[in-house]
Design a protein around this ligand. Structure first.
Ligand SMILES: Cc1cc2nc3c(=O)[nH]c(=O)nc-3n(C[C@H](O)[C@H](O)[C@H](O)COP(=O)(O)OP(=O)(O)OC[C@H]3O[C@@H](n4cnc5c(N)ncnc54)[C@H](O)[C@@H]3O)c2cc1C
Length: 316
């Protein structure tokens, strides 16, 4: 009976969503292809949305049907369970990839859609001689994901360049936040739960293009020499504990190269876990738990995951 009620509820929702312009719905869509780890089971509802009006309508429809919502950027900071995601996974595209530059004297403001790729943004800024984003070269996220995560590297992070955010709440209402209304900390933007970031305003400054590009080249070199390349991964699995580095601690615990199934603690950087081919989310998670328990046992330090666990996990 319950299953029948569920099925008819599903049909109603599918009907509602399919009628919306600028929305593409897929049922039971495998998510591995949308994550940098290449891991993740199916989403009940996978919804790609092209514009703000469609987004508001989708959020209202999902709310009416009480469907849980998960936002997917470029999936570069997520571990999605093998069982996948019950509810809706939303991915922004279309007009959420627009970008506008405004230059006033030495000051530059860029308004960029949440689905825009960070690496593309960084390179465009460098080409134009706009400084401030060089630290983000090589961060494979979307602008929305980078804002939410307060992504950072080499002593800088998104909070240093953010001016404001446009978003939509789960009731479908537009929300604007200026920099003073936001609180950032290490890898966290503390945005209210249930906000979908749609557009971000950043403040950069004009400099010599050669200077900006030289900084970029230097940081690309640093990244290449310290991080694993070629194998799917999610970047740093753990936050760095105050005054130390998660990678150093995991390596000192003797876990570099440790494998569970097809997941391996990277040989090049112990805070990375790489997918050797066909790794399961459970294998990655077990490896993370092993790192946590060994680092706790040897150094009495708790490693806090930086990656977000998404979806339906087996009872732990
Ligand atoms: C090789 C590699 C190197 C990396 N290097 C770095 C680094 O140097 N520094 C660093 O900080 N990170 C790094 N990362 C991690 C990751 O790239 C960043 O955290 C990135 O900002 C995540 O963006 P994303 O679009 O992939 O977000 P996702 O992984 O898709 O999502 C991350 C979180 O943001 C939420 N989210 C995404 N988009 C939106 C939106 N529009 N509205 C509301 N919520 C949203 C998601 O629900 C999730 O909770 C690295 C990852 C890899 C694979």
């Amino acid at each position: 009976m319950l299953a029948m009620a569920r099925a008819s509820e599903d049909l109603l929702l599918v009907h509602d969503l399919s009628a919306l312009a600028g929305v593409r719905l897929r049922l039971d869509e495998p998510l591995a292809r949308y994550t940098s780890m290449k891991i993740g089971g199916p989403a009940d509802y996978f919804i790609e949305i092209d514009n703000g009006a469609a987004l508001a309508q989708v959020l209202i429809a999902l709310g009416r049907h009480q469907i849980p919502i998960c936002l997917l950027g470029n999936g570069s900071n997520m571990l999605i369970s093998d069982r996948g995601v019950r509810g809706a996974v939303i991915r922004l595209t279309g007009e959420f990839k627009k970008i506008d530059w405004r230059e006033t004297g030495d000051q530059v403001e860029v308004e960029v859609g949440a689905a825009y790729a960070v690496t593309q943004l960084v390179r465009q800024a460098a080409r134009k001689g706009y400084a401030g984003l060089e630290f983000a070269e090589g961060i494979p996220g979307s602008v929305g994901g980078a804002l939410v995560m307060n992504a950072g590297a080499y002593g800088s992070e998104f909070e240093k360049v953010v001016e404001g955010v446009e978003a939509v709440n789960f009731a479908g209402e537009a929300v604007r936040l200026s920099r003073v209304q936001m609180t950032f900390s290490y890898r966290d933007s503390h945005l209210p739960v249930g906000l979908v970031v749609t557009r971000v305003a950043l403040r950069l400054r004009r400099e010599e293009a050669a200077q900006v590009n030289a900084k970029l080249t230097e940081l690309v070199g640093k990244r290449k020499s310290s991080q694993p390349s070629g194998l799917p991964n999610s970047g740093s699995m753990f936050r760095n504990p105050p005054g130390d580095f998660a990678g150093r601690l995991i390596e000192a615990a003797g876990l570099k190269g440790q494998r569970i199934g097809q997941a391996q603690i990277a040989l090049r950087h112990a805070n990375f876990i790489v997918n050797l081919g066909g790794a399961k989310a459970t294998e990655v998670r077990q490896l993370m738990e092993l790192a946590q328990s060994e680092v706790r046992r040897r150094f009495n330090i708790d490693l806090i995951p930086e990656v977000k666990f998404v979806g339906e996990w087996p009872e732990r």
